[in-house]
Design a protein around this ligand. Structure first.
Ligand code: AMP
Ligand code: MG
Length: 394
């Protein structure tokens, strides 16, 4: 049986780009930038007052001058129109360009304002105090972003500053979702005593939303070979197919057999993890990637986080996130000889991984309130509280 790390390497080795899209900035959230971004000018573009106050020559202060004549008030968005005679100053607002003759700004709080004069009450210890200097953040033409990165809010803000209204981003794959099972009914339908609602469809859709991916097609297959085969015919026209259920050892688990009958070549079946062990993964001659996850909701989540997300990241040119670890909040017993994944909440100061209640992989609560998936490695016996434990952020 393959380890989860080997499985990640196998699926990432199959990754390929889906092309590039040009989108506007308002569509950028969660998309992955695919070009180098350079600064179109210096940032700040001018010496910018970072406080409301008075701008003068540092040298005048050095000479012992404390009372300055105000020659002009400089507001944000406008340049000064007057020269600066010796012993004079500008009244200046945050965000305004500091005129070339001035090289220090004294905060308003550190002066006494009189009629058209400012009396400095606290002498600065250096020139350029309270001035953000032109180009100190970025210089014109310099590379700001040189590798694929997710447009998180701070990146979106940065791109706006740089005037990047149109962006080249990694194109999203067409993803087909196929859920299976005679007992599984749509969320909006009446549910019989032996039936359950289809939660995994929505779990998967929600996980994909984080990448701004809406499924290209969705189907539900009953547990019979012919229907499954018919549905796979359409699904396999997608770039990625995600199936759920029907991959384990049950008498009605036809998914691996029907995938192979549809021309999908198996990359691996079963991963040495708990939960989520029966996962099946394969690929077609046309490079369609197929992930068949077990039907239990928590197994489905684990399969997405461990395999599908790393695959998508590789397709978008993103590295595998580096592992993080934190001390465990309480004792955890080892249950199997496998790598065990369990839901935790990163919590507290200093932060710990708190165990989140979960009655096995079929628990519909899905580790509610968990914000990470922690790993109890195969080779480790029971984990004592305070043991550092690796986790994947959710
Ligand atoms: P399976 O992997 O098909 O053997 O299913 C394992 C468990 O997951 C069973 O209890 C199924 O009823 C349940 N299950 C399968 N598919 C879904 C689904 N789409 N949503 C919620 N639970 C499911
Ligand atoms: Mg089933």
């Amino acid at each position: 049986m393959i380890s989860y790390k080997e499985a990640q390497a196998v699926v990432r080795a199959k990754a390929h780009t889906f092309g590039t899209d040009i989108i506007s900035l308002d569509q950028a959230q969660g998309r992955v930038l695919s070009t180098v971004i350079r600064a179109d000018r210096d940032y700040p573009p001018f010496n910018r007052a970072s406080m409301d106050g008075y701008a003068m020559r540092w040298e005048d202060l050095q000479k012992g001058i404390l009372e300055f004549q105000v020659v002009e008030t400089v507001f944000a968005g406008a340049a000064a129109t007057r020269d600066l005679p010796p012993g004079a100053c500008y009244k200046i607002m945050t965000g305004a360009p500091v005129p070339a003759a001035a090289n220090v700004v004294i905060r308003r709080e550190d002066t006494e304002e009189r009629d058209r004069t400012a009396l400095v009450q606290r002498i600065p210890d250096r020139p350029f105090l309270n001035i953000a200097r032109q180009g100190e953040d970025l210089s014109q033409g310099g590379i700001v972003i040189d590798q694929p990165c997710i447009c998180e809010p701070s990146i979106v803000g940065l791109l706006a500053s740089l005037g990047q209204n149109e962006l080249a981003v990694a194109r999203l794959p067409r993803i087909a979702i196929v859920t299976t099972g005679n007992e599984v009914v749509p969320v909006e339908a009446p549910v019989g005593p032996a039936q359950i609602r289809n939660s995994n469809r929505w779990l998967l859709q929600s996980l994909l939303k984080k990448w701004q991916i809406d499924p290209w097609c969705y189907q539900h297959a009953p547990d019979d070979k012919a229907s499954l085969k018919a549905m796979l015919e359409k699904a396999l026209r997608a770039d990625v197919v995600v199936l759920c259920g029907g991959v384990s050892a049950g008498d009605a688990d036809y998914v691996p057999e029907m995938l192979e009958a549809s021309g999908v070549h198996c990359l691996f079946h079963k991963m040495a993890i708990k939960p989520g062990k029966p996962v099946w993964c394969g690929t077609t001659a046309e490079n369609t990637m197929v992930f068949a996850l077990p039907g239990n909701p928590f197994s489905c989540l684990v399969g997405f986080i461990l395999l599908i997300q790393p695959y998508l990241q590789a397709c978008f040119g993103l590295p595998l996130p580096s592992p993080l670890s934190l001390p465990l909040g309480s004792f955890k017993k080892k249950q199997t000889p496998l790598d065990e994944f369990f839901p935790v909440r990163i919590h507290g100061e200093p932060a710990h991984l708190q165990l989140v209640s979960l009655n096995g992989s079929g628990d519909i609560r899905l580790g509610m309130q968990a914000n990470a998936l922690a790993l109890h490695p195969a080779e480790r016996p029971d984990l004592a509280a305070e043991t550092p434990v690796m986790y994947f952020s959710l």
